[in-house]
Design a protein around this ligand. Structure first.
Ligand SMILES: [Zn+2]
Ligand SMILES: [Zn+2]
Length: 128
C-alpha cells in the first residue's frame, strides 16, 4: 500500500509496480489511481508526465470538396447543324453538306450561309 515505488510507464500506459496490472486513467477529481488487483495507489499526477501521443491527421481536411466538373462541350448538336443540302465541298468534293443561314450583318447586306461537309466536316461559308 505505502509503496514508494512508482508505476511502470510503457508508452502512455501506467502499470502497477506491485502486480503489473494496467492502471486505469484517473477519474476527474481523483488524486490517486487505485490498482484493481492489489489496491496500490499511484498519484494521478504521474499521468501528467505521460506524453499521450494522439494520432492527428493533418490531411483530415475535407478534400472531398474537390468537385469533378465535367466540361460539357456539345460538338454534336445535330439540331444546330442546319439543313441538308446538295453543295459541293471545296475540301473533299463531297456533294452533301449542312447549310445554315445566318444574318450576321445588317438586313440590306444579305446573309451568310454556313456550310458543313457531311463527309469531312469541313466548314465554309458563302455570302449571299
Ligand atoms: Zn497492483
Ligand atoms: Zn468535305
Amino acid at each position: 500500500m505505502a509503496s514508494t515505488s512508482s508505476a511502470h510507464k510503457v508508452g502512455s500506459l501506467l502499470f502497477c509496480p506491485n502486480c503489473g496490472t494496467l492502471l486505469s486513467l484517473p477519474r476527474d477529481g481523483e488524486s490517486f489511481v487505485t490498482c484493481e488487483q492489489c489496491a496500490y495507489q499511484e498519484p494521478a499526477s504521474s499521468y501528467e508526465n505521460v506524453v499521450i501521443t494522439t494520432h492527428s491527421h493533418p490531411e483530415a481536411f475535407p478534400s472531398a470538396l474537390r468537385q469533378k466538373r465535367k466540361t460539357q462541350t456539345k460538338h454534336h448538336d445535330t439540331g444546330d447543324m442546319g439543313t441538308l443540302v446538295s453543295e459541293k465541298c471545296p475540301a473533299c468534293g463531297h456533294m452533301e453538306a449542312y447549310s445554315k443561314e445566318k444574318q450576321l450583318r445588317s438586313a440590306d447586306e444579305g446573309s451568310t450561309i454556313f456550310y458543313t461537309c457531311t463527309s469531312c466536316k469541313h466548314g465554309w461559308r458563302v455570302n449571299n
